[in-house]
Design a protein around this ligand. Structure first.
Ligand SMILES: Cc1cc2nc3c(=O)[nH]c(=O)nc-3n(C[C@H](O)[C@H](O)[C@H](O)COP(=O)(O)OP(=O)(O)OC[C@H]3O[C@@H](n4cnc5c(N)ncnc54)[C@H](O)[C@@H]3O)c2cc1C
Length: 370
């Protein structure tokens, strides 16, 4: 068997890339699971990029147009007229992308695990049988613990965090997500409540299961009202290189994930376009360069993450006072971009009054962000 491109991993990134390449290349995907979905993932994706990338409409479960931010002692609300993010069903998203790819000629090897490269070929394990597949190019879209990344010798100094998420029955505001920043509950990350509908929400955090339990108690959600539990992991930072020889990494395998929110589906989709461009131009090694915008966003997100980790809850309260002010909320409501956090920070820091207040809290916050 010989293909132009063999994609390892049939998550959102691999399936999406398969669709993009199908017209110009012979493409196959190997996916180690026997079915799609099942991963711990809240499934929040910014509407603008969802539509721009052409993700399937049938995966949308809910539309979110606002957020309520809670610290330990304060809260403020951001409300937009139109939905800013969708909450999606991951299984439907992945399967719909895979069906689209198959109809465009992509070949799928389900329940097939990539084990390594030997003699320029991919060694695969399919239901107890060892098979070898050859391709001109290989793409590792095999998630955060990527085997392809190990095989190509990619290195990382990222921060790896466990993620825990439950679906819980309760009473929720259907089109508003809750973001809780309380370092006494969780010093590693924020907690979120993302409604699937009025009576069901996905509640999660990164860090430890104890932190999630503490949060469920604080939020007065009964552990006995939990109807689903999932755990996973994310890597915040860099894994490099993204391309070496005829092998590239995409999506979580390359840690193309926002360090601010741990959202990775859009970044994987945007980098899939960069990979296609690099393949079509015949300059595969340009992939990282073409993906420059995402590299800038990750870099910014890492600076933001360092600030967050260095903050006490007292600092968080001071930042809440600034961001909860009328002036800041107006800017966020008018200009915040769900996936472009550089744009949002720039819009806020352009206002002299807000800038002065933030400098007063900590000059290093502003220095880091600028
Ligand atoms: C708790 C939590 C909440 C999250 N919430 C969001 C969110 O709301 N929005 C968002 O955008 N992101 C979110 N993320 C991140 C998001 O889940 C990832 O960024 C996204 O899944 C990355 O997609 P991917 O296709 O790169 O990798 P994955 O989704 O991990 O897919 C990789 C695929 O490769 C397969 N695979 C692995 N190894 C092999 C192998 N050796 N051979 C063959 N196949 C293999 C796996 O089975 C899997 O199907 C969240 C993550 C966590 C942990």
């Amino acid at each position: 068997m010989k293909y132009d491109v063999l994609i390892i991993g049939g998550g959102p990134a691999g399936n999406y890339l398969a669709n993009l390449l199908a017209r110009d290349f012979s493409v196959a995907i190997v996916e180690k699971k026997g079915s799609f979905g099942g991963k711990a993932c809240t499934g929040i994706i910014g509407t603008k990029n969802y539509e721009r990338l052409g993700f399937p409409e049938e995966a949308i479960l809910n539309q979110l147009r606002g957020a309520v931010f809670y610290s330990r002692i304060q809260s403020f609300e951001i409300e937009r007229k139109k939905p800013q993010a969708y909450l999606v069903d991951r299984k439907v998203l992945e399967k719909a992308l895979a069906e689209r790819a198959v109809s465009r000629g992509v070949e799928y090897y389900m329940a097939t695990a990539f084990q390594g490269f030997k003699g320029g070929k991919a060694i695969l394990q399919h239901l107890g049988e060892r098979i070898e597949v050859e391709a001109d190019f290989y793409v590792g879209a095999d998630g955060v613990s990527s085997t392809v990344a190990k095989e190509m010798g990619a290195k990382t100094n990222a921060e790896f965090l466990s993620g825990y998420e439950v679906e819980v029955v309760g009473d929720f505001k259907k089109d508003f997500v809750e973001v809780w920043i309380n370092k006494e509950i969780n010093g590693d990350f924020f907690m979120w409540v993302a409604p699937v509908n009025k009576g069901l929400a996905r509640v999660g955090t990164l860090g430890s299961i104890e932190a999630l339990n503490r949060f469920l108690r604080l939020r007065r959600l009964k552990p006995t009202s939990v109807v689903e539990f999932k755990a996973g992991s994310v890597g915040l930072g860099w894994r490099k290189p993204w391309v070496r020889g005829n092998v590239a990494l995409l999506g979580d395998a390359a840690l193309q994930i926002k360090p601010t929110t741990a959202g990775g589906i859009v970044f994987g989709g945007i980098c899939a376009h960069a990979l296609r461009e690099a393949l079509l131009s015949g300059r595969f090694s340009d992939y990282e360069k073409v993906c420059g915008e995402i590299r800038r966003q990750i870099s910014f997100g890492m600076r933001f993450r360092r600030i967050f980790l260095g903050m006490s809850q007292g600092d968080v309260e001071k930042v809440f006072e600034v961001l909860g002010s009328r002036e800041a909320r107006e800017i966020i409501e008018e200009q915040a971009d769900f996936d472009d956090h550089i744009k949002t920070a720039k819009a806020l820091l352009k206002r002299p009054k807000l800038l002065a207040k933030l400098i007063r809290i900590s000059p290093s916050i502003v220095r880091y962000l600028v």
